[in-house]
Design a protein around this ligand. Sequence first.
Ligand code: AMP
Length: 284
Amino acid sequence: MHIYQTIADLRQALQLVKDDGLSIGLVPTMGNLHKGHLSLARLAREQCDFVLATIFVNPTQFGPNEDFQNYPRSFDDDIAALKLINCDAVFAPNIEELYPQGPKLETLVSVPNISKLLCGASRPGHFDGVCTIVTKLFNICPANKAYFGEKDYQQLAIIRKLVHDLNIPIEIIGVPTLRNTSGLALSSRNNYLNAEQLKQAAVLYKTLQLTADSIKLDKNPNYSELEEAALENISSAGLKPDYFSICDAPSLFPATVNDKDLVILAAAYLGNTRLIDNISIKLA
Ligand code: AMP
């Protein structure tokens, strides 16, 4: 498995892969890999001839008071894990390679409206940072498919729109969320939690499940009341909810009773750690 640090070296290598007529699967990550990340890379391994994982903690998607500096980094372990699943190459550039003029002086890619909802409302500019780095990676790597987790549901929806609107010829593959036994979605940020908090954090997915069950069982569910009850449930477990929203899946707007394809999205703080999760439901 080769590790590339420069765009020029990576492009040269990928050109040879393309010349051989091989398909490329791209797996963008910020490193500190867990089984969730590896499930993306495994699926890419099944579906593509050549698998490229990227490891880059992208400064432009962190707000000024967020955890960019402290974000967990575990490069050697990440490389060992990727080798074990037969990943072909890793792109691990430094910040100057991707933002030579400094992140603030360069072009931003922005997907309107949907980027301002939910996490976008609490983290201004976050999705512009995500869209910019993902577009850069797509321009550097001529992938056939790119893999993103459903755990970051809004991010996945935004990237699908970005690719559609900018006619980027890469198929976006969404991968189901991997969870620990309590139901907590695996996340690099779970590393910030102590043993007690890890138990508390399970309330987020439990509340999503309870709400999904209520919607499925109740013939005439009141979404606002369900959201209120869910926020209360999350608060009483000691978390500070940011939002809990029952949404129409295609638009991510608040769901109406006529919508059948729903997703419930939640974000909450446990201490300083921001956790997100979601659950999808299809109504008959
Ligand atoms: P990150 O390193 O947090 O930017 O995540 C890189 C990719 O892994 C993103 O597409 C995430 O949605 C995905 N991912 C993160 N956690 C999980 C999980 N628990 N299950 C599946 N995919 C995940």
